[in-house]
Ligand binder design. Structure first.
Ligand SMILES: [Zn+2]
Length: 312
């Protein structure tokens, strides 16, 4: 039996990308013709690939066509120009694609991209899974949960689960406003364990698409762990720019540390003296996002995302 990867069809839509570049191609893959239709996207923020795209590839390569029940549509690189620039947003207009839905066909680069995604990828879907997470400078360990999509979010076995803000300008928020079940996954990123994160996301996709009825139920795939629900997230940021020296590292992502635990330091870039110390703010501090390596920081940069576990 062939795999989904062997049978999927790719279609490319050129998006105007300014005088220097000309066009970038938005690639949309599809396999199947039946209902329900699920869309899996990755890289809507250009600096967050390629871990989500890698997971999509693993899913396609490891799933055979006889497991397909509905239609699977994938967009592994949702923001191609931003990906090439290793930037959250496309450098042409610096608009956040995930605040631009449903888009504008006559608008700027990012607004047009949102419009194409709305028309060619979102128009008929009943399930949307949007892979964010990690990226060029951090590792994430949580799933966003939205009403109606709880089972999809939990299928990933992310260390933590967070209620998502209700915003219709995001890809998932817009899809939900149109009646789809949705999940946004914030897992993985650049670290020594990037391959394991990609594998974990791929298994989560397989389980979630089984729950959605697009693939056969993934009964043979063990749950990847129970997600701990946490309350609203809090971002730790430096008051000024400098050099970041981590104290907690790759192995600590997705864990809960005691209040006061030193997470990392901001160093003066000239003298290398410690000028600020990042510490765990809660008695039980869940580490949802961290930077695992020495890095440059601009003042106000997102350095840690933390939350408190809720009693559930
Ligand atoms: Zn993102």
């Amino acid at each position: 039996m062939p795999t989904l990867l062997e049978q999927i069809t790719w279609a490319y839509t050129p998006i105007p990308a300014g005088a220097g570049v000309g066009y970038v191609n938005l690639g949309i893959g599809q396999i199947g013709t039946e209902s329900p239709v699920a869309l899996v996207t990755a890289g809507i923020h250009g600096d967050e690939g390629p871990w989500g795209a890698w997971a999509i590839r693993k899913l396609l390569a490891h799933t055979s066509t006889d497991e397909l029940r509905g239609t699977l549509r994938v967009v592994p690189v949702a923001n191609p120009l931003a990906m090439q620039a290793d930037s959250r947003n496309a450098p042409l207009d610096m608009l956040d694609l995930n605040r631009s839905f449903p888009g504008n066909a006559d608008g700027s680069h990012t607004e047009r991209l949102a419009s194409v995604l709305t028309e060619k990828a979102l128009h008929d879907v009943s399930v949307v899974i949007d892979l964010h997470g990690g990226g060029s400078w951090c590792v994430n360990s949580f799933a966003f949960q939205m009403p109606g999509g709880e089972a999809l979010s939990r299928a990933f076995g992310a260390p933590f689960i967070v209620a998502a803000p209700d915003r219709t300008v995001t890809l998932t928020g817009y899809a939900r406003s149109q009646g789809a079940q949705v999940a946004a996954i914030e897992m993985g990123g650049r670290s020594e364990e990037e391959a394991q994160w990609a594998e974990r996301i791929a298994l989560g996709l397989r389980r979630a698409l089984g729950i959605a009825g697009v693939l056969t139920p993934a009964d043979g795939i063990e749950p990847l762990g129970d997600s701990i629900p946490v309350g609203s997230t809090h971002v730790l940021r430096p008051s000024r720019g400098g050099v970041f020296l981590p104290e907690v590292r790759t192995a600590d992502i997705g864990t809960i540390v005691a209040g006061g635990t030193v997470l990392g330091y901001l160093l003066d870039p000239v003298t290398q003296e410690i000028v600020e110390t990042f510490t765990a703010p809660y008695q039980q501090t869940a580490l949802l996002l961290l930077r695992p390596t020495v890095a440059r920081l601009e003042g106000g940069a997102m350095t840690y995302v933390v939350a408190e576990p809720t009693n559930q």
